[in-house]
Design a protein. Structure first.
Length: 290
């Protein structure tokens, strides 16, 4: 049997479950999952390899109307993901209507495949699911329509099988033992950012970025220094908390997850810095990898 390999982009609005779906497909916790919109800012490539195939997944930022240069940069990622993909997984929630124009306008005559994945069907009655299947089949003719529950891993195997049916014949793009093209620093900064989103909820919104400044292997211990950038002095005080209690808890929670991720002991030091304009500053965005 010929070897198959290709690029699969997961697209959809913020908060529809793209990261949960990719993690279910890849089998590793690669993307930040919280119930906040906009948690995935970069295209994260997760790689699934067997002897017979290799699937390179991109989990894109949620499709939104840009308000900052940061958002514009995120939407460039989405546009690139649409162009690059052999297969597009367009994830929608049950009850969602009106497809994104990027997807609706896509010309599928050139061999690019589109799978519309209807998520969160566990929250709806059967008749609503059937109506949704009919609606999307009419809205995007030529697309494969699959109902799933990413959270309960329902029908994920069917999504994978459909991807494999559509995957082109091609040699592997990456070494077979690779899970992602991102560096350890990237994932560590994502783990810390996820903990910030979970711990501070609405108090510290999206005006937060994490940069791993130092990543040093010291025998059985890894020493990590990271900067947390916020937009206002008041946010810095919230992140630190009274007597430094909040950042201490953040450090402990993040360190535990980083130790699991690296499978070794970690010394983690966190420093909070204020950078008022980072979301609209091109140099700052470049420094943060956008």
């Amino acid at each position: 049997m010929a070897h198959k390999a290709g690029f699969v982009s997961i697209l959809g609005k913020p908060n529809v479950g793209k990261s949960t779906l990719m993690n279910a497909l890849v089998g590793e916790k690669l993307s930040v999952i919280t119930n906040k919109a906009q948690t995935t800012r970069h295209r994260i490539k997760g790689i699934v390899s067997t002897d017979d195939y290799q699937i390179v997944f991109s989990d894109t930022p949620g499709i939104l109307s840009p308000h900052y240069k940061l958002h514009e940069s995120m939407m460039v990622n989405v546009d690139e993901a649409v162009v690059d993909a052999d297969i597009m997984l367009y994830l929608v929630e049950i009850g969602e209507t009106e497809p994104d124009e990027r997807i609706a306008k896509q010309d599928l005559s050139g061999g690019q495949k589109l799978i519309v994945v209807i998520n969160k069907i566990d929250t709806a009655e059967q008749i609503i699911v059937e109506n949704a299947l009919r609606y999307w089949a009419e809205k995007i003719p030529g697309a494969e329509i699959i109902p799933i529950s990413a959270l309960h891993v329902f029908n994920i195997q069917k999504v994978l099988n459909t991807i494999l049916d559509f995957l082109p014949e091609h040699p592997a793009f990456y070494p077979k033992d690779e899970l992602t093209d991102k560096s350890y620093r990237f994932f560590i900064s994502e783990i810390i950012r996820e903990k910030i989103l979970l711990l501070y909820r609405k108090e510290v919104p999206y005006s937060v970025e994490v940069v791993v400044d130092q990543f040093k292997e010291e025998g059985k211990m890894t020493r990590i220094n990271a900067y947390i950038y916020v937009a206002r002095e008041s946010q810095k005080m919230i992140v630190l908390g009274k007597g430094g209690q909040a950042i201490k808890r953040l450090g402990t929670d993040a360190r535990k997850d980083i130790e699991k991720f690296l499978d070794k002991k970690v010394y983690l030091e966190l420093t909070v810095k204020v950078d008022k304009e980072w979301r609209d500053n091109e140099q700052a965005l470049k420094r943060f990898g956008y």
